[in-house]
Design a protein around this ligand. Sequence first.
Ligand code: ADP
Ligand code: MG
Length: 230
Amino acid sequence: MMLHISNLSKIYPLPGRKTAEALRIANFNMGDREKVALVGPSGSGKSTLLHLIAGILRPTTGSIRLLDHQLETMGEAELDRFRASRIGYVFQSFNLIPGLSALENVTAAMSFGRVIPARERKARAATLLDQVGLSHRLQHKPAQLSSGEQQRVSIARALANRPALVLADEPTASLDYDNAQQVFILLTEACQLHGAGLLLCTHDLDIAGKLDRIVRIRDLRASGGESEAG
Ligand code: ADP
Ligand code: MG
């Protein structure tokens, strides 16, 4: 089992003495290389869940076991290394580094990850960018690329370190219909090719239905609950 989550909750502190429960999940598992769509309305805790799985946020209660690591037992530095080397992340708003070219954005992720030997990074980055159809855009900076092209760079970046799991947070929500379809196909194909699992948040049921399994976030609240559909 690649990912095992139980009794997870996240409560954010609010100003004053108030708190807000952002997320509560009784049970959620993912197998190796599985591609799962996480579906829920805005505010249902999708981004919070991805941040918890990536170790960017700490849970209020519960446990996350990812790739034989129990995240809540790990220190910050260890979590940073683990995330950089084992997880790929694709954001709705791309989050590329503006001053770096497409190629450099991908090699920078390899420098952080320290998985790929330094002498192999440039060639691997070029290959990854070629696989998402950007071999003619290697030296372009993000501002010189269309939205769809920027998201394709971030797919190449997400796979830079041979991650076991790619987390994608509404990766097509900033794109027009044609680019959204193309980016979705490239993302799933790239995960397949590189043997990575994919957990993709979306409220696009068309896209969700093309993955191995759809999980509705509200169905994860009840104990025992994983929903299967589509
Ligand atoms: P989604 O990604 O499904 O739209 P989020 O995970 O962003 O949902 O948010 C879940 C809930 O947690 C929402 O009610 C949101 O307002 C709240 N929330 C998210 N981040 C914070 C924060 N840093 N502080 C307080 N509340 C937050
Ligand atoms: Mg969100």
